[in-house]
Design a protein around this ligand. Structure first.
Ligand code: 13P
Length: 256
């Protein structure tokens, strides 16, 4: 992997103060694998507490609004995430695209706001099973990359600095235990890389492309060593240190 591997846990709508011990244990593991960039995205309510409890890993949000402040009840802005101790944000997850009707255009606006606030971004893309079965996986995902990634004047530095990442998460592989075949992952990551280079030029090599969808201790080594896979975005298996550590170790080519 030419880029530093990036292993990110997405806690989704899970997590309470009772789970701080898990975050600390994950942080200790992150300290043992300095060649791997490890991060957790807990719910908003946990960002501050986890930030104070850890030192070696990143802490991020799972969404932000595209505006800095204002009359948007229930929403949180990118600068608020920074204020609470976050250093990155996951955007355009398929669960948000589905549950909240988020379009590529909205995800892009959020990503641009997040970069402007100084956050790293992980922009999620991925096809549904119907789209894959109809032979449309590559074109759907290419369209999402073109439409959702941040663009504009101030994006170049973030791209060059490795603060823009893409997560390829086939919707049918999320939370199902059904992981994508490695050759398919390699093909999709290559297609995504081509679109990223078209958008950003050669600097686009610095954009890390993570795989997400039923990553666990048993399949992490195969996925993380596949061509073009720069890391993993992990849901269920990031909720406990016991489940997450072997994935971090696999990214570091070591034993847990
Ligand atoms: P699972 O690892 O639980 O399949 O979730 C993947 C995901 O959606 C991470 O963002």
């Amino acid at each position: 992997m030419p880029n530093r591997p990036y292993v990110v846990g997405n806690w989704k709508m899970n997590g309470s103060r009772a789970m701080l011990a898990e975050a600390r244990a994950i942080d200790r593991a992150a300290g043992r694998y300095p060649d791997v960039q490890v991060a957790l995205a807990p719910p908003f309510t946990m960002i501050g507490a986890i930030r104070e409890a850890v030192s070696a890993m990143g802490v991020g949000g799972q969404d932000c609004h595209f505006q800095a402040k204002g009359a948007h009840t229930g929403d949180v802005s990118a600068s608020m995430l920074v204020d609470s101790g976050a250093d990155f944000v996951i955007l355009g997850h398929s669960e948000r695209r589905k549950d909240h009707g988020e379009s590529d255009q909205l995800v892009r606006a959020k990503a641009e706001a997040a970069v402007a606030a100084g956050l790293g971004v992980i922009v999620c893309v991925g096809e549904t099973l119907e789209e894959r079965d109809a032979g449309g996986a590559e074109s759907v995902v290419s369209g999402q990359v073109d439409g959702s990634l941040p663009q504009g004047e101030n994006i170049g530095d973030a791209v060059a600095g490795g603060r823009v990442s893409v997560a390829y998460e086939p919707v049918w592989a999320i939370g199902t235990g059904r992981v994508a075949d490695v050759p398919d992952v390699v093909a999709m990551h290559a297609a995504i890389r081509a679109r990223i280079i078209a958008l950003y030029g050669e600097n686009g090599q610095k954009v890390r492309i993570l795989y997400g969808g039923s990553v666990n201790a048993g399949n992490a080594a195969d996925l993380l060593s596949a061509a073009g896979v720069d890391g993993a975005l992990v849901g269920g298996a990031s909720l406990t240190a016991d489940a997450f550590l072997p994935i971090i170790a696999a990214a570091g080519n070591g034993e847990a």
